[in-house]
Design a protein around this ligand. Structure first.
Ligand code: ATP
Ligand code: MG
Length: 298
């Protein structure tokens, strides 16, 4: 039978990007770029966000693509964020149909790919988030519809912080982040406990400290406990540019997230206890229940 360590390693690998998925993401990027080039003056586009940092979970959806506009499109910057978002939305609906959604900072383009019961998509990306962006003093400005203004961001700084954290944690940090994000997406919660899921990564920059202890189950147990402990705090943008990442939840939602994180911590404790009592199968089932179908039972 699979040991808990083997199961976690398999789980970790299942949440990693593979070559086929990267090919599909690149092909989608090119396809959307070729189309948007006929509508806007685009300087360059690139895959970014958690996808580019290796902290995206599965199934692959909402892969972020920045579309950096040329200065000839600068007129948008003096207008409300909704103007550029609406123009991008109208353009993308014309090609991708009604499932195309205008969001707070991006347009979500859904390719109609469905995940199966095991969360597999035959290595295809479900959707991308098209983010209109402008260069700004080495950073970027992107629209924020809720705030009604443009915000600054810098994906390079986020990527550097993630890389540093990963290295300081025996190269296990990104895997742990993907696992907690997968827990967060488990449909048994109904609404996601933590929103945006980027907050999990931002918190993990501080909540995973002291170095990798050597066992996934103990790491998870203590990570859930620490996240519960600190979910009510304010979490600024790690790059010091945009609005706090913790602004995505009101107090009620933060309290709900706290309860669910505490419950996850208790489930982790029970799973660890099963192993101590020689009940390996029970432990595997407990972790599977906690995370979802990508956690292996065999
Ligand atoms: N409040 C913010 N201020 C500045 N930059 C932000 C802020 N929120 C998000 N970002 C940047 O935009 C990127 C895309 O945001 P998004 O919410 O999709 O997060 P993500 O890291 O891609 O996580 P997910 O796996 O949920 O897609 C983030 O990775 C981060 O680089
Ligand atoms: Mg994203």
């Amino acid at each position: 039978m699979l040991t808990i360590d083997e199961a976690f390693r398999k789980f970790k690998t299942r949440l990693e990007l593979n070559d086929k998925e990267q090919k599909n993401a690149s092909a989608r990027q090119t396809e959307v770029r070729d189309y948007l080039d006929t509508k806007f003056k685009i300087d360059r586009s690139f895959l970014t966000g958690s996808y580019a940092r290796w902290t995206k979970t599965k199934p692959l959806k909402d892969v972020d693509i920045f579309f950096v506009l040329k200065s000839s499109e600068d007129h948008y910057r003096s207008k409300a964020p909704s103007v550029v978002l609406t123009d991008f939305h109208n353009a993308l609906v014309a090609k991708y149909g009604d499932k195309t959604k205008k969001q707070n900072r991006s347009i979500n383009v859904d390719f109609g790919v469905k995940a199966d019961a095991d969360d597999n998509t035959d290595y295809r990306v479900i959707s991308v988030d098209v983010v209109p962006a402008f260069d700004k003093d080495g950073d970027f400005e992107i629209p924020d519809n809720d705030l009604g203004r443009w915000i600054k961001t810098n994906p390079k700084i986020h990527a550097e912080k993630a890389t540093a954290a990963h290295q300081a944690y025996s190269s296990e940090w990104k895997g742990l982040v993907r696992m907690v994000k997968y827990w967060n997406n488990n449909p048994r919660h109904g609404e996601k406990p933590i929103k945006p899921s980027f907050l999990i990564e931002v918190m993990a920059l501080q909540c995973l400290y002291g170095g990798w202890g050597g066992s996934f189950d103990r790491e998870m147990q203590s990570l859930f406990a620490t996240l519960a402990d600190r979910i009510l705090d304010e979490w600024p943008d790690p790059a010091g540019l945009g609005p706090p990442i913790s602004n995505g939840m009101d107090t009620a939602r933060k309290n709900r997230a706290r309860e669910l994180l505490l419950a996850a911590g208790r489930e982790a404790t029970l799973a660890i206890d099963h192993v101590r009592r020689g009940r390996n199968g029970e432990a595997l089932r407990a972790w599977r229940e906690l995370f979802g179908p990508k956690f292996p039972l065999s």
